[in-house]
Ligand binder design. Structure first.
Ligand SMILES: [Zn+2]
Ligand SMILES: [Zn+2]
Length: 449
């Protein structure tokens, strides 16, 4: 018998934390951070949780003994991370370092890179990975896989299958115990450039004849019919008509979007200017032949940032490979540049000094970005200051409702549990004529299968 407890992701987008308890073996499906809930109490960096005890007290972390740092014997056998978005792995820093983190090769690469280039975590005790002149250290027990691998976690057999999402290396899982089969989609989409990967997951899940499908339902309230190809076409059109600088803002880890922006920049004989952090990520991902990433040393790519007297180790590694362009270097050639910048890079635009006729393209979700803390009003103030009108050109990382319904029909599980949606009741009503029972889990409640 298997018991499931939902500690996050129920009636909310992100923060998935689902405990699967099969008696002798226990695993978590994702262990994500919920930005919205944390922001109800905290205001980083002025007020942040110092350790797990505060998050436990506030009910933001599961009240389970024996899994956090400082406990004797970890009581769970691992966490299956679906993909490298913080709302799926962001709280793993609080877990005991002996608990294995299972994830795709690329997922680990992105997580480690993120940790190395940020001062994430409440203190150094909570580092997942760290980079100094002398130390290149991973503190967690990462156990990586590639498509086709099978994982044996005690009596639990896990088959990871790649899916398409707005970040590379996203996986769904087909989990078999001695008594049940459960499929978990993680975050996925069917309208993206690698839709065939998601289709493969659906096909394999269907063949596994699952008792239960746990699926995301983010877009149940916000379906936009669009595609990455359409994003490219629209950007191309706009850039072709722009006499000045083009600034594009999107999630740094959205590599599909980066590829699109690079392509349209090239089409329009413009160089692509990226930030130091983006360059550090690309330098790392270049090692993955599956990802087809361009080289940051190419002469149609420039890395921009401001002068600093002291550099972090990760910055030094970037500057070993490329020369840094400052704002004033970009200023005279800005009509030949597409510059990627988020809200956090707005200071650096000052010396670029955009000429009249320049534009800002917001290429991420309008409302709450999973990764981001884009403060829309503040960004508008910056755009006003620089004289940049804002265009919204984006396609979502999440499956559309009608496609999801088709996918559930094809997988044909006995039961479906929606997570990662703020409107589960809407989901149930919309899906109710399917053969499968739509069951709405409650926060912290255990359901026996
Ligand atoms: Zn998510
Ligand atoms: Zn995601």
């Amino acid at each position: 018998m298997t018991e499931l407890t939902f500690y996050g992701g129920v009636g909310e987008v992100g923060g998935n934390k689902i405990l699967l308890d099969h008696g002798k073996n226990k695993i978590f499906l994702d262990f994500g951070k919920n930005f919205g809930k944390e922001k109800a109490y905290y205001d980083e960096p002025y007020l942040a949780a110092r350790d797990q005890s505060q998050l436990l007290n506030l009910g933001l972390l599961p009240q389970i003994e024996g899994i956090y740092k400082g406990e004797e014997e970890p009581d769970i056998d691992g966490v299956l991370i679906t993909h490298p978005h913080l709302d799926h792995w962001g709280y793993t820093c609080f877990l005991d370092n002996d608990i294995p983190l299972y994830c795709g090769e690329g997922t680990k690469m992105i997580i480690v890179n993120y940790e190395q280039s940020s001062s994430a975590g409440p203190s150094s005790d909570y580092y997942l990975a760290h980079l100094t002149k002398t130390k290149d250290k991973e503190y967690k027990d990462f156990r990586t896989f590639r498509t086709g691998d099978r994982l044996d976690i005690g009596d639990i057999d896990v088959e990871p299958v790649h899916v398409d999402h707005s970040v590379p290396a996203a996986y769904g899982y087909i989990i078999r115990t001695s008594s049940e089969t459960i499929a978990y989609t993680g975050d996925f989409r069917l309208h993206g450039p690698k839709a065939d990967m998601s289709e493969e997951f659906i096909e394999k899940a269907s063949r596994a004849d699952p008792d239960l499908l746990i699926t995301e339902g983010t877009n149940i309230t916000g379906g936009h019919i669009s595609s990455e190809a359409e994003v490219e076409k629209k950007m191309d059109l706009l850039i072709g008509k722009t006499p000045g600088l083009v600034v594009v803002s999107f999630s740094q880890r959205n590599i599909d979007r980066l590829r699109s922006v690079y392509k349209v920049a090239k089409n329009n004989d413009r160089k692509l200017a990226i930030s130091m952090k983006q360059a550090f990520l690309l330098k790392e991902l270049k090692n993955d032949p599956h990802l087809d990433i361009f080289d940051i040393r190419q002469n149609d790519v420039i890395v921009f940032g401001s002068e600093k007297s002291r550099r972090n180790e990760w910055e030094k590694r970037v500057l070993d490979e490329v020369e840094l362009w400052k704002g004033e270097d970009i200023n005279p050639i800005q009509d030949e540049v597409v510059l990627t910048a988020t809200y956090y890079d707005m200071n650096d635009l000052m010396d670029v000094d955009p000429i009249s006729g320049s534009v800002f393209i917001s290429s991420q979700s309008e409302a709450f970005d999973e990764e981001g803390e884009i403060q829309h009003e503040k960004l508008l103030n910056w755009c006003e200051h620089y004289g940049l009108p804002q265009y919204q050109i984006h396609t979502s990382g999440h499956v559309l409702p009608h496609q999801l319904k088709g996918a559930i029909e094809q997988i044909n599980p006995d039961e479906v549990m929606p997570v990662h949606t703020d409107r589960p009741k809407l989901f149930k009503r919309y899906m109710d004529d399917l053969e499968a029972d739509i069951v709405l889990p409650k926060m912290n409640d255990s359901l026996k299968l």
